[in-house]
Design a protein around this ligand. Structure first.
Ligand code: ATP
Length: 554
């Protein structure tokens, strides 16, 4: 039903069912008449004079109509008149399961199936944007009446202001009409904020229904959009100011500006502001370009250092030194050579400074390491420090072992020489016939045994140090991958993925939106939105937020 001035319009919406009573209900082509026939009780064989069929003439019969068609037929004109200052009410009644909630709210999880209220909110904010010569303030309230009890479905939301304090009571207004004392009014500035409140209220209603095991047919809800409209009057001084700004800017293209309406002034002013903003943007881009050119020379060294750290191998210290002093070209080559890391050629290209917006990855990465990624970068540095230490130890151990091995070889050949000499010169034997060794040979023999013990010990140490190095290398690789993944994610979320897209992904699943390849994310979202239209974004944002809030409170 819709109110148009004092006039009340009545519509009937019939819900499609699996077995529709086609033979009993007839819709006439004028889409305003419905005939309902009553089946005669022929079994009883009694003919009575009671009426057996009825014909209803209404303002509209909506059979199998889409949500959009229903909105256009019933609510559109009411909303437009409300924006002009006329009160309007759209009321829906019917038996349980008839489709009241479906008609008024629709399915909160489906944009296509949204009902009259979300569509009305969208229309209100669309009109607010169009009507530049007016200033609008929009407030919402959501009341539930259950038996004799009044429930403020938006009481849980902060920022609301109660019309009057105290318990909820219905009061008669001095100027006529009724209002609910104590009901909170919530200011909303765009459709998404409004959807948030609608869904929050719906959620509170559902939770309340479960808690009290309410019979839904006894519960009634009133969702009110309060609109305050004011003309945007400009003082003479403001008009002069705008005029002169517009004239200054448009000098040469317009000889004279005739002020016809406030709307015209504002349009010109908007045009003027846009042009100034555009000019400012170009200036900023230019200055950014120059400063980047200067910076790119200064930052080459630091990237070289970082990347040499990433590719840390056995020759790390000397490589680091070489890289730090490499010219720009070899920086790219070095990154490509880091087979162990995740930085590949395409990342090399991406890390090359460019002056486009979003910021180049090269600079963004440096910023990231100082800010969001500072902790993981610190751990990476710490692990690299330990790794270097262990590698140094391994290097020293290897040298010691090699020198030990050389000593052993040398002592073995000396000993062999002594033996040969002894045998060729004829050797002394002891009481039991055992050969008697000369002092030099004996010293060599003892020394060789010690060296072999030392070699065995060092070899064991070398094995365990090698294992430690492998482990540290693994940790460093992990940290490096984590740092780069976090950076990619942060970069995508900060500069490439629109906020709406992020909201859709972040609240829909366990994967961080930034980890989804940007092309894929945008593609997925654009596919969904293309199917439903770009205006679906705020609807889904609000829905996801409500779901998230409920999840968080569970
Ligand atoms: N026109 C329609 N097209 C498709 N589905 C519909 C339609 N009308 C209602 N439904 C579906 O029928 C079911 C009942 O509708 P709904 O909850 O809106 O009824 P209701 O009148 O609000 O009931 P109650 O008074 O018990 O709250 C819902 O699952 C709804 O999605």
């Amino acid at each position: 039903m819709s109110a148009h001035s004092s006039e009340v319009k009545v519509f009937v919406r019939t819900r499609p069912t699996a077995c529709f009573a086609q033979d009993l209900i007839e819709y006439l082509p004028d889409k305003q008449t419905v005939n309902v026939r009553h089946r005669r009780e022929s079994r009883k064989g009694v003919v009575n004079n009671q009426m057996s069929s009825w014909s209803f003439k209404l303002d509209g019969v909506m059979h199998n109509m889409s949500q959009e068609e229903v909105y256009q037929s019933v609510a559109h004109s009411v909303v437009l008149r409300a924006l002009e200052g006329y009160n309007g009410t759209i009321m829906c009644f019917g038996q349980t399961g008839a489709g009241k909630t479906y008609t008024m709210t629709g399915a909160t999880e489906s944009y296509q199936q949204r009902g009259i209220i979300p569509r009305a909110l969208q229309e209100v904010f669309y009109e607010v944007e169009q009507r530049v010569d007016h200033t609008f303030s929009v407030f919402l309230s959501f009341l539930e009446i259950y038996n004799e009890t009044l429930v403020d479905l938006l009481a849980s939301i902060k920022r609301g202001r109660a019309v009057q304090g105290g318990a909820l009571t219905i009061v008669e207004d001095p100027g006529g009409g009724v209002s609910v004392k104590g009901l909170t009014l919530h200011p909303v500035h765009n459709e998404e904020e409004a959807f948030n409140l609608l869904f929050e209220g719906e959620m509170n209603r559902i939770i309340g229904e479960h808690a009290l095991n309410k019979n839904s047919s006894r519960s009634h809800c009133i969702f009110t959009i309060h609109i305050e409209v004011r003309h945007s009057y400009l003082s003479d001084r403001q008009v002069d100011e705008i005029k002169s700004q517009v004239q200054r800017y448009l000098a040469g293209t317009l000889d004279e500006i005739t002020i016809v309406s406030i709307r015209q002034i504002q349009e010109m002013f908007t045009q003027f502001k846009k042009a100034v903003e555009q000019e400012q943007k170009v200036k900023e881009q230019l200055s950014q370009k120059y400063s980047l050119v200067e910076k790119s020379e200064n930052t080459v060294g630091s990237v070289g250092e970082v990347e040499s750290g990433f590719g840390l191998g056995l020759a790390a210290p000397s490589q680091k030194h070489t890289q730090a002093s490499s010219p720009n070209k070899s920086k790219g080559k070095k990154i490509k050579e880091n087979k162990g890391g995740t930085v590949n050629q395409s990342e090399t290209d991406a890390l090359t400074p460019n002056c486009d917006s979003p910021p180049c990855k090269f600079e963004a990465f440096e910023d990231f390491k100082l800010g969001r990624g500072s902790e993981i970068n610190r751990i990476l540095k710490e692990n690299k420090g330990v790794l270097l230490e262990r590698m140094d130890q391994l290097h020293k151990l290897t040298q010691a072992i090699n020198s030990c091995k050389r000593d052993i070889d040398h002592m073995s050949s000396e000993l062999q020489l002594c033996r040969e000499q002894r045998q060729s010169q004829g050797q002394f034997v002891g009481e039991k016939g055992e050969p008697v060794l000369e002092e030099a040979e004996l010293i060599l023999l003892v020394g060789l045994r010690e060296k072999k013990d030392q070699y065995r010990q060092s070899y064991e140490e070398l094995l365990s140090t090698k294992a430690e190095v492998r482990y540290c290398q693994h940790l460093v690789d992990q940290c490096r991958i984590r740092l780069l993944t976090e950076f990619e994610s942060w970069y995508n979320e900060s500069f490439l993925l629109p906020e709406e897209v992020q909201t859709i992904f972040s609240e829909g699943g366990p994967i961080r939106p930034g980890l989804i390849p940007v092309d894929k994310a945008l593609n997925l979202v654009s596919q969904t939105l293309l199917a439903e239209g770009p205006s679906a974004v705020s609807f889904y944002n609000a829905h996801n937020r409500t779901v998230q809030r409920v999840r968080n409170t569970q």
